[in-house]
Every structure is written in structure tokens, then in C-alpha cells.
Design a protein around this ligand. Structure first.
Ligand code: NAD
Length: 477
């Protein structure tokens, strides 16, 4: 089994620095301090932003092959350090080891996609002679890096969601300052260690664990041209309101729904929904929270779900048999336990689960939940799913849309017309047919509408946000 060091540095203007060891990070299963990292002060963050400003021009001047070489270096090194990265995630996030390995695989995919896209930043030639006044004119536009970027990432995918900001920034040539989540900073720090092995221009990157109170510069500093935030809706919308003239990308939360129609393959839907609802203890922004099932198959499917949920192995995330590990903190587990109890007190039926010890909350299924209950309407972000019944497909779509959120939705149907109907009418960033809303491949456009956010990630789409179109108009004699 790989081992972790006792202390880790931060990365300031491409270099490791250890001004202190102020951030203690716990093993989320044992609760013991696993390692300590440096915590950046506002002065250090200021120095990093100044470095990023200096690096903007040399970064923009890098040739495509040079940016690609940096990304390829990362792919190689992450592959070599696969076990160590997975173990770090397992410890700092309490993520079951198999899910941790899955995330490292995605990290490598994300950098590989960025390496490919980095040499494909193409523009367009446009005729402008659309009327007599523009006769003889044409334009050529290209993408130009937006400049220093501010990145803030959450605890639940400490590696891959940091990668969804870092890799496209390198692909387009933007310097950046990044604040990883304080509960899980190590993934991003190791990324910094690997980037420090490259010859990116000085100031190209800083990776700075920081306390929330001391991290305002990431939001308010006008030298930063883009804020890309992944995290909770309350924090994200607040940062947007305070970030001045910056472009903003917000990847926020949701209470994702899946619809199981009467013609669905129930055995297949069962496997996928159990995964979607309970992988990494439901701590995914696209985890299945609402399971909306056609009345003809409802009773049968409910019994299948309950039986399967009861077989899920909970315990130490380092154990390869574990499917349900700890939640990120005891506070989060008791918050959700409170919502479950409140739903039951309001008339819901507890089908299975509901028990909570420390930060271990059982995989829980509810039905007949009151339509105003927090458990149904707010983001659960834990191992809870709620069954609901529908009789017409229109009703199912309306129920999916009866949410302030709109990240992704899943529909199990074999009917082509219903598929297109769902795609047209669901208020979400993505519709997934015959799979759960939790499905994501790292090159696809990904993001939300409504309270779930603004903008799209998925390398190519993030690269668009990290660039501005620069046009060239040519008059021909
Ligand atoms: P969070 O909002 O508590 O924290 C996210 C990040 O913001 C952390 O790094 C945190 O330290 C930082 N932060 C908080 N307040 C700040 C401030 N005032 N200034 C600067 N930084 C600040 O979220 P979390 O608990 O880490 O993550 C869970 C949330 O993230 C859930 O809501 C989940 O749905 C969402 N999420 C969304 C996506 C997506 O792609 N849409 C993916 C994963 C997680």
C-alpha cells in the first residue's frame, strides 16, 4: 500500500513552498490527522496573482506543441503515480478505493483529452460581404487566452474537478491560481508537484490551499479575468455577485432525477440506479436523488431496489469490498440524517437505511415523501434516494422539472419519441438515455441550468470559456 508524507507544500509561482504546516487533513474514515499542508495567507495569494499576471504573455506565446508536451508529461506521470493518487483520494476524501481508482483513470483521460485539444484551437474565415456596404471585406477570427484565471474546486472529486480547470487552462495558455477544498487538498497538490517538473513559464500556476476567510482575492481581485468555481450553489452564486468584471463559470449542485418508464429493462436500470444513487456515498452533484417510476412497474422495481440496497457493503474505504464509505464529515451526515427523520415525521415511508453513526450514514430509500420536504427539494449530497410514482410520461417530465436545479436527468425508455421529448423539454444541461444522470465522460459538454450553474466544462467547452475571440477584418483593395 502506498504511503503518504507527513507534510506537503503549496505551489507558489511553479515552486514548492512550505511557509507553515497549518492545515491538518484527516483520514475521513479513522478521523485521525493523515498529513498537514501549508495554508496560503492573503499575501501569498497576492504574490501568486502577480506571478500569473507576469506569466500571461509568455503563456499566450507558447506554441501548441509546447502546451501539448506539458499535458502529455502529466498523463505519463499520473499514470506512473496511479496507486499513490488513488490512495491519497481514498484517505483524504474517504472515497472507496475502487471509486478512487476510477477517478484517477478519469484524471488521466481529462489530461489526455486536453493534450489532444491543445493543438486544435482553430478559428474561422468568414465572408463579410453580406450587403453592398461590406463588399470586399472578410474576417478571420481566432481564440486568444483570456489571461490569469481563478479556480476553486470542491471536496468530492478532488482530482478530476481540479483537472477540468487546470488541463484546459494549460491547453489554451492561461496562467492560473487554484484553491483546492481544504478537506481534500492533496490531489491538487500532487498535480502541482507534477506540473513543477515541466518548464511552464514562471507564474503559470499556483496551487494554494487557503482558508475560506482568507481566500477573498480568488473572487474579488480584478487582475483575474475568469472565475471558474465548482462547489455548492450558495457559495457559487455569492461569489458571482462579488467577482466584479470577471467572466464566471459555475458548476454547482443538484437533486438529479431518473425516470424509469414501463418499457425499461428493469434489471439493467436497477444496476445503474444503485450505482448512481449510492456511489461515493451519494456525494456527487449528479448523484440520483429522485427515482420516478411508472406505476405499472413501481411495486416490482421498488422491491428490487430495496433488496439490492440492503446488500451494499459499508465500511472502510480502503477495503476493496466496500461500496459505501464515510461521508465527508459527521456534520454533513447528521444534516442529512435530520432531513430523513424530518421526511419520515412528515409522512414518508423509510424503505431501508436511515441509520447513522459518526459520518457513516446508511444507504437510504424513502417513498411517499411530502412534496415540500427538504429531502426531496434540496440537494441531499449523501446516500439518500426517494421513489416517486408517475402514470403519464408528461407527468414524469414535469416532476423532473419541478426543481430549482437542472444539471442532468436520466430516462430509461426504449421509445425514440419519448427520448426526443425529454431532450426538448427537460430543463437541464444534459439528458442521459438508458442510464443515470450521474453518467459523465470527460470530453462531453457538462454543466447546469437554473440554480445548478452557468457555462460548461468538458475540455473543449472550458477552453472556449478560457479564451476570447479575437477578430481580424480584412478589406480587399
Ligand atoms: P463548497 O461550496 O462548500 O466549497 C467549494 C470550494 O469553495 C472549496 O474549495 C471551498 O473551500 C471554497 N469556498 C467556500 N467559500 C469560499 C469563499 N468565500 N471564497 C473562496 N472560496 C470559498 O462545496 P463542497 O462542499 O466542497 O462541494 C460540494 C458541492 O459541490 C455540492 O453542492 C456539489 O453538488 C457541488 N459540485 C458540483 C459539481 C459540478 O460539476 N456541477 C461537481 C462536484 C460538486
Amino acid at each position: 500500500m502506498p504511503t503518504l508524507k507527513d507534510t506537503y507544500p503549496l505551489y507558489l509561482n511553479n515552486k514548492a513552498a512550505q511557509p507553515n504546516t497549518d492545515l491538518a487533513v484527516t483520514d475521513k474514515f479513522t478521523g485521525e490527522v493523515a498529513f498537514r499542508t501549508a495554508l496560503a495567507s492573503p499575501e501569498i495569494i497576492d504574490e501568486a496573482i502577480a506571478g500569473a499576471v507576469r506569466a500571461a504573455e509568455p503563456m499566450a506565446r507558447l506554441a501548441s506543441y509546447e502546451r501539448q508536451a506539458v499535458l502529455q508529461h502529466c498523463v505519463g506521470r499520473f499514470t506512473e503515480r496511479f496507486d499513490e493518487l488513488a490512495y491519497a483520494l481514498c484517505v483524504e476524501a474517504g472515497k472507496p478505493i475502487k471509486d478512487s481508482e476510477g477517478e484517477v483513470t478519469r484524471l488521466i483521460d481529462t489530461f489526455r483529452i486536453a493534450a489532444e485539444e491543445s493543438v486544435r484551437m482553430v478559428g474561422e474565415v468568414m465572408p463579410l460581404d453580406i450587403s453592398a456596404r461590406a463588399r470586399g471585406y472578410q474576417s478571420i477570427w481566432k481564440r486568444y487566452p483570456i489571461g490569469p484565471c481563478s479556480f476553486i474546486s470542491p471536496f468530492n472529486f478532488p482530482l478530476n474537478l481540479a483537472a477540468h480547470k487546470v488541463a484546459p487552462a494549460i491547453a489554451v495558455g492561461c496562467p492560473f491560481v487554484m484553491k483546492p477544498a481544504s478537506k481534500t487538498p492533496l490531489g491538487a497538490i500532487i498535480m502541482g508537484e507534477v506540473l513543477a517538473e515541466t518548464d511552464l513559464p514562471e507564474g503559470a500556476f499556483s496551487i494554494l490551499p487557503a482558508s475560506r476567510d482568507g481566500a477573498d482575492l480568488f473572487t474579488v481581485d480584478e487582475r483575474l479575468k475568469l472565475l471558474s468555481f465548482t462547489g455548492s450553489p450558495a457559495v457559487g452564486w455569492d461569489l458571482k455577485a462579488r467577482c466584479g468584471k470577471k467572466k464566471v463559470v459555475l458548476e454547482l449542485g443538484g437533486n438529479a432525477a431518473v425516470v424509469v418508464d414501463h418499457d425499461a429493462d428493469l434489471d439493467d436500470a436497477l444496476e445503474r440506479i444503485i450505482f448512481g444513487a449510492f456511489y461515493q456515498s451519494g456525494q456527487s452533484c449528479i448523484g440520483v436523488q429522485r427515482i420516478i417510476v411508472h406505476e405499472d412497474v413501481y411495486d416490482r422495481f421498488r422491491d428490487m431496489l430495496v433488496a439490492k440496497t440492503k446488500t451494499l457493503v459499508a465500511g472502510d474505504p480502503k477495503d476493496r469490498d466496500t461500496f459505501i464509505g464515510p461521508m465527508i464529515s459527521e456534520g454533513e451526515a447528521s444534516r442529512l440524517k435530520g432531513w430523513i427523520d424530518e421526511a419520515v415525521a412528515g409522512g414518508a415511508t423509510l424503505l431501508t437505511g436511515g441509520g447513522c453513526k459518526g459520518n457513516m450514514l446508511e444507504a437510504t430509500l424513502l417513498e411517499d415523501v411530502h412534496k415540500d420536504a427538504k429531502a426531496l427539494n434540496e440537494e441531499a449530497f449523501g446516500p439518500l434516494a426517494i421513489l416517486q410514482k408517475f402514470s403519464s410520461f408528461d407527468e414524469a417530465l414535469a416532476e423532473v422539472n419541478r426543481s430549482t436545479f437542472g444539471l442532468q436527468a436520466g430516462i430509461f425508455t426504449r421509445d425514440l419519441f419519448k427520448m426526443f421529448d425529454a431532450w426538448d423539454r427537460l430543463e437541464v444541461g444534459g439528458v442521459v438515455i438508458n442510464d443515470v444522470p450521474s453518467y459523465r465522460v470527460d470530453n462531453m459538454p457538462y454543466g447546469g441550468v437554473k440554480d445548478s450553474g452557468l457555462g460548461r466544462e468538458g475540455i473543449k467547452f472550458a477552453m472556449e470559456d478560457m479564451t476570447e475571440i479575437r477578430n481580424l477584418v480584412i478589406r480587399r483593395g
